[in-house]
Design a protein around this ligand. Structure first.
Ligand SMILES: [Zn+2]
Length: 290
């Protein structure tokens, strides 16, 4: 292709609008294992990154317990590589902290680490699981992030990293646990436009979705071989059809078209961070367009 043809082609390519520095949003998502942020907020992250905003995923553990053949050392190397590839596919920065899988505790040291991650990302939005969950690592990730909310603005705490000037909005990612209270989808994001991309990015965690999790369910023999069939398998398994409460939230944020959304991710506002008005939520989630 000659230079003129290349120039013409470039003119035809859609160019993502890069928001001005002051309008750029910084989003940080915490998960216990390398694949949790992806499952909880991967579609939303893809939408943020496609709009030119900055997203970071932080896995609180290195995921080194989730396999039936690989030992901890070999598995942690595999999972770190998979997370790096997933980060590329999602368009996010992916950090994997070196805590052992299955052994995360809400220690002061881990709290300081969470505070530093939020501050150094200059976060506007922080997303994490609720501390009600079947898995202790998920529960303690929720506790650690709750414990960091508010502390991120206190200069004397973790003084090696400058405090944030404003407390960010802290959000919980969705779950199905009912006690002591059910998850409330205050914000619901239509991820239909990026659902296939989310599945492709999730598939980077091959040791989880095609080895470990099917093995725990006694379904290892049902995992297909080819990449195309694996993506189809994962898309069926990880379809994110909204429940009735999420549907109501979609209708609130998207108007009538909210009733037709096929795949969604939802978030609940945590009481310990900034309490946003609806108008502020629309600014923080620019993809919520009727
Ligand atoms: Zn997990």
């Amino acid at each position: 292709m000659n230079r003129f043809a290349l120039f013409c082609l470039l003119l035809l390519l859609p160019v993502a609008t890069i928001p001005a520095q002051e309008a750029r949003l910084n989003v940080v998502v915490f998960g216990a294992h390398p694949d949790d942020c992806d499952l909880d907020a991967g579609g939303t992250a893809l939408l943020f990154s496609s709009l030119g905003h900055r997203v970071k995923f932080v896995s609180m553990t290195n995921g080194d317990a989730g396999h039936y053949e690989l030992d901890r050392e070999a598995l942690s190397a595999v999972r770190r590589q998979e997370a790096a590839e997933a980060g590329k596919r999602f368009g996010v920065t992916y950090t994997v902290l070196d805590n052992h899988d299955g052994e995360l505790v809400p220690s002061l040291e881990n709290r300081m680490q969470v505070i530093r991650e939020i501050r150094s990302w200059d976060a506007d939005i922080v997303i994490a699981p609720r501390p009600n969950d079947y898995h202790p690592d998920h529960r303690y990730t929720g506790v650690l992030v709750q414990d960091a909310a508010y502390m991120v603005i206190v200069p004397s705490v973790a003084p090696d990293t400058p405090p944030l000037k404003k407390n960010p909005v802290f959000l919980y990612s969705a779950d199905h646990f009912q006690k002591p209270s059910a998850f409330e989808p205050h914000i619901a994001v239509d991820i239909g436009p990026v659902f296939e991309k989310k599945i492709y990015a999730l598939a980077a965690h091959a040791s989880q979705f095609f080895d470990w999790l099917p093995w725990t369910m006694g379904q290892l023999d049902q995992v297909p071989e080819s990449e195309a069939e694996r993506l189809e398998y994962l898309a069926k398994w990880r379809a994110a059809a909204p429940d009735s409460a999420t549907r109501k939230s979609l209708e609130k944020w998207y108007g009538p078209r909210g009733s037709r959304v096929a795949h969604a991710e939802a978030f609940e506002v945590c009481e310990y961070g900034k309490q946003p008005t609806d108008e502020e939520i629309r600014r923080l989630f620019p993809m919520l367009q009727p």
